[in-house]
Design a binder for this molecule. Structure first.
Ligand code: 57M
Length: 358
């Protein structure tokens, strides 16, 4: 909004020229979102405690988690509020991509909210059933994919990391593919959110990597030079991902071990969906498998564990998702978390190298 409101006055006040620069707006979107999340967090945590939104911890997991009982949850409301406000302030909101990604985020936030509301406020301990949650997620993702499909200039070609000329056209199947990316990413982030700081770290790293990806995709010269698809206006997505980075940093201050607040489904579902939607709109969908490799590892560990248990009655991991396996082996929680962050950073660096290596 600031861009639309203030930039037109740049002829009278030359300093307002800065609003034209995406790089300036990207940085301040991150700083603004950080400040909103950081400043409001103590108040939000107090309110969550007042309305007794404390986590009920399952007793069949690693025993150390029992001490976390009562930790306020649903802090994700604050993360999403900071992301939305900062994006509206700093992005060029005349671009449809911004509304699409905000719509996806808020849609998944609503699903997470209902789930958490039933779990924690109504004390229906399981929240929404898996089927209800999944159906709602597919509904929102379908809406996003269809709108995207019919946007003028949008194409249904896939860009494959490491290959510059292999770009298969998926046609209408692109809609199904986009749904898989968005819903898959949302659920993988949700599964990862099981230790203090574990999900928010890779969320920040993925958001940062996609800030770079969206910026170059929206930049005509850079995308031509790198031989990646150019998408007019996609650079504005970098303002959004920068807001995710800033807001998540503010949240991490309070979610780092020992956490004073958890994000809840109201945070993990929309943040995962947001990253999936950015990957889809910026046409770097497959790259998300690599950038968000930690989320993939967590999700795959669950799939293998369940398949193995069902087919041979034996577990592969002491407990899935894989972070519980390391806990059960006796690793301290911060050690598991920081090591997974290290892997996330390495994967993000490798992913960015694929922009050039093709
Ligand atoms: C969310 N979240 C936490 C918090 C957070 C299919 C199956 C693998 C599903 C999986 C599952 O339920 N995953 C979804 C995992 C929970 O955190 C809340 O949930 C929100 C995210 N949705 O924001 O509100 C607990 O995680 C811990 N936590 C932290 N710090 C944080 O910053 O310590 C969360 C955030 C919190 C807290 O203890 O209470 C959760 O429930 O784990 N299920 C599992 O992960 C279960 N695994 C399992 O059953 N494995 C089986 C099979 C099915 C694969 C096996 O290996 O045989 C474990 N979960 C728990 N206990 N809690 C099992 C034991």
């Amino acid at each position: 909004m600031l861009y639309i409101w203030l930039y037109p006055f740049h002829t009278q006040f030359s300093f307002l020229n800065v609003f034209r620069y995406q790089s300036f707006r990207i940085i301040y979107a991150a700083v603004t979102a950080f400040l909103i999340a950081f400043v409001l967090a103590p108040w939000v945590i107090r309110k969550l405690q007042e309305i007794k939104l404390g986590q009920q911890v399952r007793d069949d997991g690693p025993k150390r988690h029992l001490a976390k009982s009562g930790t306020p949850t649903m802090g994700g409301i604050l993360i999403i509020f900071a992301v939305t406000l900062s994006t509206l302030l700093w992005a060029d909101i005349s671009r449809p991509h911004i509304w699409l990604v905000l719509g996806a985020t808020l849609g998944f936030c609503a699903i997470g909210f209902v789930d958490d509301y039933l779990k924690f406020i109504k004390s229906r301990s399981k929240g929404l059933s898996a089927l209800q949650k999944f159906t709602a997620q597919i509904g929102v993702a379908l809406l996003v994919a269809v709108v995207l499909y019919f946007l003028p200039e949008y194409n249904t070609k896939l860009s494959v990391p490491f290959f510059k000329s292999f770009t298969p056209d998926l046609g209408w199947f692109y809609i199904v593919f986009a749904i898989i990316v968005i819903v898959g990413s949302s659920n993988a982030v949700n599964l990862t959110d099981g230790l203090d700081g574990l999900a928010i770290g890779p969320i920040m790293i993925t958001a940062l990597a996609y800030t770079v990806v969206a910026y170059v995709t929206g930049h005509r010269l850079m995308s031509e030079y790198l031989l990646i698809p150019h998408i007019e206006g996609a650079g504005e997505l970098a303002v959004f991902t920068a807001a995710i980075l800033g807001s998540s940093l503010g949240f991490l201050w309070f979610n780092t071990y020992p956490a004073s607040v958890f994000m809840g489904d109201v945070g993990s579902l929309p943040l995962g969906a947001a990253l999936g939607t950015v990957a889809v709109i910026s046409k770097h969908e497959l790259l998300l498998l690599m950038v968000g490799g930690v989320f993939v590892i967590e999700a795959v560990s669950v799939i293998f564990q369940v398949l193995s248990f069902k087919s041979r009655g034996k577990r592969i991991f002491l407990m899935a998702p894989i972070h519980h396996h390391f806990e059960m082996k006796g690793w301290e929680e911060p050690k598991v978390v920081v090591r997974l962050w290290i892997i996330a950073i390495l994967l993000a660096l490798l992913s960015l190298s694929t922009l050039k290596l093709r």
